[in-house]
Design a protein around this ligand. Structure first.
Ligand code: RB5
Length: 143
């Protein structure tokens, strides 16, 4: 399952990403907001708690820059949130970092690029191997 959330700075971009998810038959849950002013840590927490319910879940978080909401998400144990602004990063954060959340900036990224980044993020699997060793080291930092 995919969980998507944004603050008011990411709301317009969320509509574009929802259209992509709808058009491509993805199941997802929108955890807000609906454009009203909200505090991005609250949305990050709501999405990330759901993502952590299953290893197969993914999260999408959007704020004005993507920075605040990614900072908040990465405070939650088990979350590997990647702030992405380019396609290569969106691909390799799945291949090498096993990112379970992608973050983007609604005021910094165009909808076309964001859709391409989301598409590769959702269609790329973790490579494992030496990268799993590194992810385990990240997990140790959480303790
Ligand atoms: C909200 O105005 C803005 O601060 C927020 O969307 C985000 O950019 C924070 O990192």
């Amino acid at each position: 399952m995919i969980y998507i959330g944004c603050d008011h700075g990411g709301y317009v971009l969320k509509s574009a990403l929802r259209a992509y998810l709808d058009d491509n038959g993805f199941e997802y849950t929108d955890m807000g907001c609906d454009g009203e002013p909200v505090d991005y840590p609250d949305i990050a927490e709501a999405v990330c708690r759901k993502v952590l319910e299953s290893e197969d879940n993914k999260g999408i978080l959007l704020c004005g820059t993507g920075i605040g909401i990614s900072m908040a998400a990465n405070k939650i144990k088990g979350i590997r949130a990647a702030l992405c602004a380019d396609w290569y990063s969106a691909k390799y954060t799945r291949l090498h970092n096993d990112a379970n959340v992608i973050c983007m900036g609604g005021r910094t990224i165009g909808a076309g690029s964001a859709v391409e980044m989301l598409d590769v993020f959702l269609h790329t699997d973790f490579e494992g191997g030496k990268h799993a060793v590194r992810i385990n080291k990240i997990k140790k930092l959480e303790d």
